[in-house]
Design a protein around this ligand. Structure first.
Ligand SMILES: NC(=O)c1ccc[n+]([C@@H]2O[C@H](COP(=O)([O-])OP(=O)(O)OC[C@H]3O[C@@H](n4cnc5c(N)ncnc54)[C@H](O)[C@@H]3O)[C@@H](O)[C@H]2O)c1
Length: 109
């Protein structure tokens, strides 16, 4: 049976985001469909490097425009608490956080 390919976004396209993009690519199970960053130039450069079709300036914009299965949160933790709370809604994607900032916080849909 064919395996499902997950639609994945990267939120925060700084230093650690490339490692997450590589992991998605190497898994063979995911497709990066969007990149989000408040720094538009950084997001565009990341999208170009990793062949990500859409770029957004905020998580709210992303969630209004894309159907996701997963989002990798690679932005600083102080920016993401509100998002993680919002992510407990059933219709929201599952969230993967960059490990160093996720010890007390990993949440799922
Ligand atoms: N760099 C590492 O080796 C490493 C390893 C493990 C975990 N982490 C954790 O991952 C997180 C990110 O680390 P980094 O080194 O990539 O930081 P970074 O500063 O290089 O990148 C963070 C990115 O998030 C973006 N950002 C900030 N606020 C945002 C918002 N509201 N919406 C969207 N994007 C936003 C910034 O513009 C920036 O591009 C941190 O919590 C860090 O502790 C980093």
């Amino acid at each position: 049976m064919a395996q499902r390919t997950y639609r994945i976004a990267i939120v925060g396209t700084g230093g650690i985001a490339g490692a997450h993009a590589r992991a998605v690519r190497d898994s063979g199970r995911g497709r990066l469909v969007a990149a989000v960053d408040v720094d538009a130039d950084r997001a565009r450069a990341f999208a170009k490097e990793w062949d990500v079709p859409r770029v957004f300036a905020s998580l709210d914009e992303l969630l209004g425009a894309e159907e996701l299965d997963l989002a990798h949160i690679c932005s600083p933790p102080d920016r993401t608490r509100r998002w993680r709370r919002g992510a407990s809604r059933p219709a929201s994607p599952r969230w993967w956080k960059s490990r160093r900032s996720s010890r007390s916080t990993s949440s799922t849909s």
